[in-house]
Design a protein around this ligand. Sequence first.
Ligand SMILES: Cc1ncc(COP(=O)(O)O)c(C=O)c1O
Length: 372
Amino acid sequence: MKIAAFETEHFYAKYEFNTPYQLCNSDCETVTVAELLSMAGVSMEEFGRLSLGYTETLGNPRFREMIAQSYAHVKPEDVVMLATPVEGIYLIARAALEPGDEVIVLSPAYDALINTFEHVVGAGNVRKWAFTPGDGQWDLDFTQLRALISARTRMLVVNFPHNPTGYLPTQAQLQELAQVVEAYDLILFCDEMYFGLLHSGTPAISSAVDVTPRAVVLSGLSKTYGLPGLRTGWLVVQDKALRDTIINWKFYTSICPPAPSEFLGMAAWQVREELRKRSVAQIENNLQLAEAFFARHTGLFTWRRPMAGSTALVGMDVPSVTVYAAELAAQAGVLIQPARTLGIDDDRHFRMGLGRKGFAAALEKFEAWLNK
Ligand SMILES: Cc1ncc(COP(=O)(O)O)c(C=O)c1O
């Protein structure tokens, strides 16, 4: 069965390691192994003594217990550790759906959140719940959502904080989503890879898994904690039958988490608040620079302020952002990501990434190119 091209990852495979100034990455600034161990008070010798045998399929029990404690209503057995966060999207699609089922996906979205589901249920059976462009921010339209639900709808796929818009619903909106999935007997698959990346002034909300037992949550260490190289993620699945099916699929995709990642992930979890705050501080700093930049270039860009997460979706008044981005990368060494890669229909938006230390220098280069 065919699957669509993973445009975002093809884009990064082409540009990420050879373009010096990057303005689009979704992850936050990372640390070295030595820095992480030192923050967590773990010695290199201890890491060196780690056995490189297989690990437990569901993940280290202590790690699962610590993760469960970070939610209000989650038990350690509900937590399934993954070998990589993106694996969780494949596993839930495979385990919960059949060809012909319908899925509604909040859109635009990280490619896997659309393409993997299309691969499993059939392209015509994934319906897009589109963000609406508001004045200064993106908005959710619940009337549009309700109109998309049919007798064949099995799952609603959302991602909060949202990549790329930076949208975060209010607690009341999250509860409304819970009511919708409960009323129609849907699974709410909530990708919470950016959980906790709150910008100042944005009220925190619960994890979806603490709001409805119909939620399955994906989370991990890549974005909020700046550790994408660990490839550490987990699913929270409260429905035992669904969890057992996921585990069976997982035997085919990865069997168990990589031992070094699990060790370092557990160390990171001890200092997660420090890592999260570090990411939020970087984002807040970059947001200020971005807002000042867009205020200087109002004719060219449409800026809608993100509320949370590490990305923003920016409108740009050029005939093709794809063409523009290719020229900008080749001639100025500055990378912006056309939002076409994220399933947005027009070619007049790009994703901005706000979590990296190099943002200020990259923005300066971009501005010099614009002013040329
Ligand atoms: C919304 C979302 N979900 C999942 C992932 C996958 O995370 P990872 O690359 O760590 O597997 C990403 C990565 O960009 C993402 O943006």
